[in-house]
Write a protein that binds this ligand. Structure first.
Ligand code: UD1
Length: 340
C-alpha cells in the first residue's frame, strides 16, 4: 500500500480525503498540529475506516520537527498538503501570521522531502482568479492580484511549486483550485468544524437552523446576478476528496511530468438565495434570514470550467446541492448531540 502524507489531515477537507484514500487502497499518514482541528477526529476517522490511521502531531513550521517526520516517514509515495490557515478576514488583520504559517510549512515540507520521488498535491483555491472576466473560469485565466494575504499565500505557493519542478527536483506537482467545498461525509461522523462564529455560508446556515445563531444575513442582493445575490460553485466535500485520489493517480503515471493545475468545482453556479432555498427544501427547516449589505472584498460571481479536470483527471462530481445541504444538516445535528 502506497503511503500518502496528508498534512492537515484532521481538518475538514483533509479528513474526508483520508477516507477516500483508504477507499482507494492507499495508506494515509496524517500530519496535523491540531491548531484548527479536534483530536477526536482521529476516533471519528477510525469509526469510518475501521482502523486507527497513523497520526503525527507536528507543527510544519518547526524545521527540526519536520526533519524528524521525514526520518520517520521516509517511504512515502505522495504528499497532499492541506495544512494552512484559511480565514480571509483574519489574514487581513494578521498578515504575518498567515505568511509565516502557510509559507514556512510549505518550504519545510518541500525541503524535507527534496530529492525523493514524491508526488505532491497542493490545496489551492479559486480565489486566485479574483473576479474573472469570463465565466466559467478556466485554468488558464489570468491570476489576479490577491485581495488578501490568504489569497496571496495560495498564489505564491503555486509559484513556489512551479519553481521547484523547474529546478529539476524529483517532485511532480498538481495544484488543485477548489471552488466552495460544502457538505459532510454520509456517515455524519466528520464534517466542517468551525471554531467560533462561522465565516462561510453553509456552516452559518446549519448553525442558524439548529438555533446556535439567531439569523443569517445574505451579504447583498443588488449584485448583477439573476436574483441579486452572489454566485459560487459549491462542491460536495466528498467529490472534492475523491479528486485528490484522481490527482495522485495522474501524477503516478510516467507520462505525467512536471506541474499542472486543475479546477475542482461542479461547473455550475448557485446564488446565496438558491443555496438557502435548497437547504429549506431538502431539510424542511425554515431559515431565519435577512438581506444585509455586501461583504467587503466579496467576488460577485464565480464558477469553474471543469473540462480539463474531467478530461485529464478522469474525475467529475456526482453529488448535487440537495446532498450537500442534507449532509451538512445531518452533520450539524450529529455534532450538536455529540459534541467532541
Ligand atoms: C471564501 C474566500 C475564499 C476562500 C474560502 C475558504 C472571500 C472573499 N473568499 O470564499 O478565498 O478560499 O472562503 O473557505 O472571503 N455569505 C452570506 N452570508 C454569510 C456567509 C456568506 O451571504 O453569512 C455569502 C458570501 O457573500 C458569498 C457566499 O455566501 O457570496 C459564500 O461565502 P463563503 O462561504 O464565505 O465563501 P467565499 O467567500 O466564496
Amino acid at each position: 500500500m502506497a503511503k500518502i502524507l496528508v498534512t492537515g489531515g484532521m481538518g475538514y477537507i483533509g479528513s474526508h480525503t483520508v477516507v477516500e484514500l483508504v477507499n482507494s487502497g492507499y495508506e494515509p499518514v496524517i500530519v496535523d498540529d491540531l491548531s484548527n482541528s479536534h483530536p477526536k477526529i482521529l476516533e471519528q476517522l477510525t469509526k469510518i475506516i475501521g482502523y486507527k490511521p497513523i497520526f503525527h502531531q507536528v507543527d510544519l513550521c518547526d524545521e527540526k520537527a519536520v526533519a524528524n517526520l521525514v526520518a520517520t516517514e521516509n517511504d512515502i509515495a505522495g504528499i497532499i498538503h492541506f495544512a494552512a490557515f484559511k480565514a480571509v478576514g483574519e489574514s487581513v488583520q494578521h498578515p504575518l501570521k498567515y505568511y509565516r504559517n502557510n509559507f514556512y510549512s510549505l518550504i519545510n515540507l518541500l525541503n524535507g522531502y527534496y530529492g525523493k520521488s514524491v508526488n505532491f498535491v497542493f490545496s489551492s483555491s479559486c480565489t486566485v482568479y479574483g473576479q474573472p472576466e469570463q465565466l466559467p473560469v478556466t485554468e488558464d485565466a489570468p491570476v489576479q492580484p490577491a485581495q488578501s494575504p490568504y489569497g496571496n499565500t495560495k498564489q505564491v505557493a503555486e509559484e513556489i511549486l512551479k519553481d521547484m519542478v523547474a529546478s529539476g527536483s524529483n517532485y511532480k506537482v498538481i495544484s488543485l483550485r477548489y471552488f466552495n467545498p460544502v457538505g459532510a461525509h454520509e456517515s455524519a461522523l466528520i464534517g466542517e468544524l468551525p471554531i467560533g462564529v462561522p465565516q462561510n455560508l453553509v456552516p452559518f446556515i446549519t448553525q442558524t437552523a439548529i438555533g446556535k445563531r439567531e439569523k443569517i444575513t445574505v451579504f447583498g442582493d443588488t449584485y448583477n446576478t439573476p436574483d441579486g445575490s452572489c454566485i459560487r460553485d459549491y462542491i460536495h466535500v466528498v467529490d472534492l476528496a475523491k479528486a485528490h485520489v484522481s490527482a495522485l493517480k495522474l501524477a503516478e503515471k510516467d507520462s505525467f511530468t512536471g506541474y499542472d493545475v486543475f479546477n475542482l468545482g461542479t461547473g455550475k453556479g448557485s446564488s446565496v438565495l438558491e443555496v438557502i432555498a435548497a437547504f429549506e427544501q431538502t431539510t424542511g427547516v425554515k431559515l431565519n434570514y435577512q438581506i444585509g449589505p455586501p461583504r467587503p472584498g466579496d467576488v460577485e460571481q464565480v464558477w469553474g470550467d471543469v473540462t480539463k479536470s474531467s478530461e485529464k483527471l478522469g474525475w467529475k462530481t456526482e453529488l448535487g446541492l440537495d446532498v450537500m445541504m442534507s449532509s451538512a444538516w445531518e452533520w450539524e445535528k450529529y455534532i450538536n448531540q455529540n459534541p467532541l
